[in-house]
Design a protein around this ligand. Structure first.
Ligand SMILES: [Zn+2]
Length: 70
């Protein structure tokens, strides 16, 4: 069963719940009893943000780059 992370906007606590995906968007109640909670995105696959993907250097430096053509 997937696990979802929530954050309470009333007290700032974060908590996690296990619930079926069908209830993923159902409102969650803070352990402190608050109902103003938001669901956090967990295990988001972000590619290219870290690690420094190799940048391909522009090849050439052709004629028109240097101003010799015009
Ligand atoms: Zn709370």
């Amino acid at each position: 069963m997937p696990r979802y992370d929530f954050r309470c906007r009333s007290c700032g606590a974060t908590f996690e719940l296990r619930r079926p995906m069908a209830q993923a968007n159902a409102p969650a109640v803070c352990p402190q009893g608050h109902q103003d909670t938001v669901k956090l995105l967990s295990t988001v696959a972000v590619t290219g943000a870290a690690g420094g993907a190799p940048q391909q250097a522009p090849s050439g430096g052709g004629c028109c780059g240097g101003g010799c053509c015009g």
